[in-house]
Ligand binder design. Structure first.
Ligand code: PPS
Length: 346
């Protein structure tokens, strides 16, 4: 039996919505706050209960992250590892079809066109039905053959409480300063948000936790609290940058994929930053700019892929403001041992 969605969706106050809508042209329908754990477009309300009750399968793997923490990289790694290192299919079939973003229907504003290939696939499966009602991404997850790998930015608490009895979760975390810079660029690029301000203005929204899918720390705290669960693998983006083969080894054990050293090296090469940036299947920036889902003239979806890029964007004033925000979120902000700079071996 389906459980009732246990949280209240509170629209942000009118003055906050006005401020948000002036700078995020994609937020026309306004945002709702899910009791301080996640901010979503208002029409998330149509889907919230279905996500909360979604029954995953025993061999499903969820890649769960706060946005811009290494999701795409990890999706490509996990899919490739779980599909016999089939790098040819991976290069041809778009990643968002192989590893669907389960809640994307609730992020996609009503004024934007649906993702064309995914909408077509939906219409061929359900002739005559309205794809906006049912959710084309939810349906894509349903239609996916096992073993399924699924992307989500929803925190644990917005999925079923017994989730970890049903499937495995790879949780990826990245230091908040690099996430902030990366999210700034992505929110300028994606029409879902279409941020039109500069970086200091973005930090202003960030430090007030007024962003899509914010706040950051409660999401991280929920992942961190489950890091020792046998069905959770907690990864840091910085560790993946530092030594990808080491982290692929951990994934190999966790996923039970039993890949050889040489196969893991192939996965590492296939999922290198330059490789993923150059392939349309993982970096669809040009195609989505043409279709109107991304804005032209902005940085690519797979952008720079480094640790420490924040040093190129944070002035001393912004650092101070960010520091106050970190203070506000103690003790979680102190507990998770993030690295803000790493040395990458030659
Ligand atoms: S999203 O939009 O939430 O799904 O973004 P997400 O994939 O979580 O994070 C995007 C950032 O990850 C970088 N990226 C990579 N880094 C290293 N190696 C590989 N292969 C890779 N693929 C993606 C991407 O460039 C974004 O970071 P920034 O700092 O913006 O470059």
């Amino acid at each position: 039996m389906a459980s009732e969605f246990p949280y209240v969706l509170n629209p942000f106050p009118e003055e906050v919505q006005t401020k948000l809508k002036a700078k995020f042209l994609g937020f026309r329908g306004g945002l709702v706050d899910v009791e301080g754990r996640h901010a979503m477009p208002a029409h998330y309300g149509r889907f919230a209960e279905r996500y909360f009750n979604y029954k995953f399968q025993k061999d499903d793997v969820l890649v769960m992250t706060f946005p811009r923490s290494g999701t795409t990289w990890t999706q490509e790694i996990v899919w490739t590892m779980r599909n016999q290192v089939d790098v040819d299919t991976a290069a041809k079939v778009p990643l968002d079809v192989r590893v669907p973003f389960i809640e994307f229907d609730s992020l996609q504003p009503e004024h934007l066109p649906l993702a064309a290939p995914i909408e077509e696939a939906y219409r061929s499966r359900h002739p005559g039905e309205d794809p906006r009602d049912k959710g084309i991404f939810l349906d894509l997850v349903d239609a996916l053959p096992s073993p399924r790998t699924i992307k989500t930015h929803l925190p644990f608490s917005l999925l079923r409480p017994d989730l970890l009895d049903s499937c495995k979760v790879v949780y990826v975390a990245r230091n908040p300063k690099d996430v902030c810079v990366s999210y700034y660029h992505q929110q300028r690029l994606v029409k879902v948000a279409e941020f039109v301000g500069d970086f200091p203005e973005y930090v202003d929204f960030w430090t007030q936790d007024l962003l899509l899918q914010a706040p950051y720390w409660p999401h991280l705290a929920e992942g961190w609290a489950r890091r020792h669960h046998p069905n959770v693998l907690f990864l840091f983006y910085e560790d993946m940058k530092e030594d990808i083969l080491r982290e692929l080894g951990r994934l190999n054990t966790f996923l039970g994929t039993a890949l050889t050293e040489s196969q893991l090296q192939t996965v590492a090469r296939h999922t290198s930053f330059s490789g993923m940036k150059s392939r349309g299947a993982t970096n669809p920036t040009a195609a989505l700019q043409e279709s109107g889902e991304f804005k032209k003239g902005e940085a690519a979806f797979i952008r720079k892929g480094t640790t420490g890029d924040w040093t190129n964007f944070f002035t001393p004033e912004l650092e101070e403001k960010f520091g106050e925000w970190m203070e506000k979120w103690r003790p979680t902000s102190e507990e998770i041992p993030f690295r803000y700079q790493i040395k990458i071996p030659e």
